[in-house]
Design a protein around this ligand. Structure first.
Ligand code: COA
Length: 133
């Protein structure tokens, strides 16, 4: 369940783009959250930032290899940070970091990070030049 979307600048600026609480149906047999659920949240957050930069529709074209550092547990509050790392003619690479806020001590646990590339699309679903920075 998504509880908040925010982020006041395209770079993220230290503000999470999403804060999400995974639900019971997002848990696998180990009691951890599915990796696919995490990827989905990262894609959503990256897409929000890329859409702002592109000033229009974008599609995910690539995800760099990723490493899941620590499991996500039920009742974690998951924050997804996203900021622009590289801009091409039609594509934008967005660095996405995922952090869990956990337990009574509210400890921050770094879960994963990844580089997602989005392409700005025109009305024919083909690459479109990005607007000037
Ligand atoms: C996005 C899409 C329109 C791009 O079409 P394309 O013919 O590959 O376009 P191009 O070869 O001109 O590449 C467009 C840009 O994407 C970049 N790109 C393409 N493949 C890439 C890859 N594997 N990794 C990183 N960047 C890539 C290119 O470098 C180019 O960037 P630039 O213009 O900034 O230099 C097309 O691949 C597509 O529709 N893919 C499916 C998108 C989708 O449905 N995503 C959701 C999946 S569930």
């Amino acid at each position: 369940m998504t509880i908040e979307t925010s982020g006041t600048s395209a770079s993220g600026g230290g503000v999470p783009i999403l804060r999400v609480v995974p639900g019971p149906t997002d848990i696998n047999a180990n009691g951890h959250i599915f990796g696919g659920w995490v990827l989905s949240q990262m894609d959503i957050a990256g897409g929000i930032v890329a859409h702002r930069i592109a000033q229009g529709p974008v599609a995910t074209v690539a995800v760099e290899s990723m490493h899941f550092i620590a499991p996500i547990l039920l009742r974690d509050i998951v924050s997804v940070f996203a900021h622009e790392e590289r801009r091409g003619r039609t594509s934008i690479a967005i660095r996405i970091d995922v952090v869990a806020n956990r337990g009574a001590a509210m400890t921050d646990v770094h879960l994963t990070s990844g580089l997602f590339t989005f392409v700005a699309l025109d009305e024919d679903h083909r690459p479109r030049l990005l607007p000037p920075a």
